[in-house]
Each structure stands twice: as C-alpha cells, then as structure tokens.
Design a protein around this ligand. Structure first.
Ligand code: C5P
Length: 216
C-alpha cells in the first residue's frame, strides 16, 4: 500500500502572511489542495499534517473527494520532522511512504510515479535538479570554498521511502537530537543509500510572494 504524508504544518514565516502560505488560494483553491488532487489517484491513503487550528477546516475540505477512510488530518509538530513522524504513525498499514511539501503545488503524476518505482527498487528516493549556478560556501561574508556544482543537485519532494527505512531513520535522528531540513538526510545518516532521480523544474516550492506572482 502506498501512503502520502503531506507536510502542511509550517507557519510560513518567510512568506510574510498571517495565513500560512499552503492555505492561501491559488487559481481559486488552497495551495495544498493542488498537489493533493494530483496524488489522489496514485496513492491508497493520505495524512495531511497541519497546525492545530486548521485541522477541522482541512478535513472538511478533503473528506468528500478522498472518502473518510482514505484521508486523515493530524496536528503537526514543532519541526517538520516531528510533523512527519506524527504522519507516519497515523498510516500503520502503508509500506511505501511518499512525503510531499504542501507548498509544491505543481508536482506531476509522472514524477510521483517515477518516485514510487524507484522507492520500490531501492528503499529511498528523492528527485533532484542539476545546478546551473556556481555555489560557494560562505562564512562571515567571506568565501570558504567553491563547491563542485557537477556533484550537487537541488532536492525536491515527493521523497519516497520504504516504511522500515524511514521509521528507523526518524527514530535514530530523534534519539540523537538531530533535525534535518528533509527526510532523506535522516536516511543518509542511518547508513541507507538514497537514490536520486531527475526532478522537474516546474516543481517549485512556494517560499516568498514572488513565487506566486511570477507565474505565467
Ligand atoms: O520550511 P520549509 O519551507 O522547508 O517547509 C517545507 C514543508 O514542511 C512545508 O510544506 C511546511 O508546511 C512543512 N512543515 C511542517 N511542519 C513543520 C514545519 C514545516 O509540516 N513544523
């Protein structure tokens, strides 16, 4: 069984809006709803992790299109990792887990299917995009070193994991007090390899208002 954890519990502080960005409208529906619609035919169950005050509204908005037995809405945690951990606990019957940022509304069915296939094959998979700019590591406004961009990718979601691989990695990170900015870093630290497949340039994460107004 395939399950989706839609991470929607962030406060969106960089976006500068009192309503978290994932709940703002885009083409007439909330941003989080766009990706949820694309996942719907491709997964068996989904859990959306949200700030507590959004729980009832999000459940009402999603229950009819998914069916009450396929969708759950849970309160997220302080860090993204805490939110994902709660999501994982509420999908006990699922063996392939996809985790997606609610702030990436332009994901495609093709990318989701490729992540699922590679996750079945390898246990852990992320989409990545090559980097066309030069990347430097900087400290105190001074360059420390220039990184080899040919060995770097920009990592997107959905990220896919076999359940045991993800569960072990999250437990290890939590025991050690490590917090990552994605789930793959937890799996990397656990010693399990993470496969990279081509991401999609259109699959942007909405982070600042310009990301919305710049759309054609
Ligand atoms: O902060 P960032 O943009 O990396 O967040 C990526 C995704 O993780 C967003 O969709 C956000 O809602 C989610 N998130 C979460 N729980 C948190 C923090 C972020 O679900 N505590």
């Amino acid at each position: 069984m395939i399950g989706l954890i839609l991470a929607a519990a962030g406060s969106g502080s960089r976006f500068g809006s009192s309503v978290p960005k994932q709940f703002l409208p885009l083409d007439g529906v909330p941003i989080y709803f766009h990706s949820l619609d694309i996942f719907e035919p491709l997964v068996n169950q989904a859990v959306i992790v949200v700030p507590s005050r959004w729980k009832d509204q999000v459940y009402q908005e999603t229950r009819d299109s998914w069916g009450a037995d396929r969708i759950r809405v849970e309160e997220g945690g302080e860090h993204r990792q805490d939110s994902v951990r709660r999501g994982l606990a509420s999908l006990p019957a699922v063996d392939i887990i996809l985790i997606h940022d609610a702030a990436r509304p332009f994901v495609t069915g093709g990318l989701i299917s490729r992540v699922i296939d590679e996750t079945r094959r390898t246990g852990a998979c992320v989409p990545g995009l090559p980097i066309s700019e030069t990347v430097k590591q900087v400290r105190n406004s001074t360059v420390v070193q220039t990184l080899d961009r040919n060995s770097l990718v920009l990592v997107q979601t959905p990220q896919g994991f076999q359940r045991e691989v993800l569960a072990k990695a999250i437990e290890k990170a939590c025991e050690e007090g490590f917090y990552g900015t994605d789930e793959a870093v937890l799996v990397e630290r656990s010693g399990h390899p993470v496969a990279v497949i081509p991401g999609e340039p259109g699959n942007i994460k909405i982070t600042v208002k310009r990301d919305l107004s710049g759309r054609s």
